[in-house]
Design a protein around this ligand. Sequence first.
Ligand SMILES: Nc1ncnc2c1ncn2[C@@H]1O[C@H](COP(=O)(O)OP(=O)(O)O)[C@@H](O)[C@H]1O
Ligand SMILES: [Mg+2]
Length: 376
Amino acid sequence: MSINTNTKHPEEKRIGELKHLLEVVERAKQMWQTTFDAIRDPVAIISDGFDIERANLAIARTANLDIKEMIGKKCYRVFAGRTKICDGCPLINALDDNRSLSTKLGNQIHKRDFEASAFPYPGGEAKSSAAVVHYRDITEERRLQQELIQQEKMAAIGMLAGGVAHEINNPLGGILAFTQLIMRELKDGDPLKADLSEIEHAAVRCKKIVADLLDFSRASSGKEKQWLDVNLLIEKIVPFVKAELKSYNVELQLNLGKNLPSVYGDANRLQQVFLNLLTNACQAMDKGGKLSVTTHGNNMNVNVEVKDTGCGITSDNMFKIFDPFFTTKQPGKGTGLGLSISYRIVKEHDGTIEVESEPGRGSVFTVCLPVVKNDR
Ligand SMILES: Nc1ncnc2c1ncn2[C@@H]1O[C@H](COP(=O)(O)OP(=O)(O)O)[C@@H](O)[C@H]1O
Ligand SMILES: [Mg+2]
């Protein structure tokens, strides 16, 4: 018996060792899987044919699918929801060069911006046929970067415009005053009167632009700030857009939320913002349409949504509309200062102004103002 035990012993020992090895492998697999799923960014192993071999939970969450539904399918289809590969996808170049590569994708995935990094996966052959691809959500980073650029640009242009406008204001006043003086001296029916009236018109228009420029470069002193009822501000500006509404055949609907908290701000400046947004909305609806102003709030913010059914904004123009002097309107109709002034005023109130638009269908501008008092 003891001989038998001795002969079986190495076999049993081997099985024991194998079992232990299996346990180690199983544990390693579990650790690997847990680590993979613990990563909050989307990560996948993707083949050179763009097939997903492995995917972590974040990928499935972003795509709103089950991991099982994604395995073996094209990454650009199930993850990005596209029919062709993503613009700037680093996968093939990384596999060709057999080194890791990161690029910012040129298209959005589920309305988010991503940077994709591909790390070739050792496949045992000389050239790997798959890579670990890591997607980093850079939406917020991009937004902050753009906001910073916008703010710097505004500050620089504000200084420049303020200086120039100041210099032009006095001579312009002279031109206007002397034109009006000469007109008064001329007899009725004098042929020069029509020409002078043209000069007067042009000078008045220039004065308006200069006033806008001075306004743009003016930083709020904060002295005019007080607690305000945003609904009341909006109701008060409606009469000023009546003419615009009529001439563009626009129907206005006010959905003013009840019990809005007060906002601490400069009434005139904020009214200027809403007036700009309403005027733009009317001007975007050449063939008539609907304009709605909706307000709602909570104990943190008050939101004002100005929605139109107009021409919308192309994605190219989207980045430019808040730039001073950017306009798509005919000369004489737009100065391109409305939105840049509005942006500045909203910033002065520690608020945000955002836009969503679909070309051909309309736009929504949302102004979000904080309720807390922040006197600067
Ligand atoms: N509601 C809107 N719908 C479509 N385009 C808009 C809207 N609001 C603004 N825009 C675009 O943004 C540009 C800049 O607007 P703004 O700064 O107010 O200048 P302006 O109205 O003088 O052109 C407009 O020329 C237009 O192309
Ligand atoms: Mg405008």
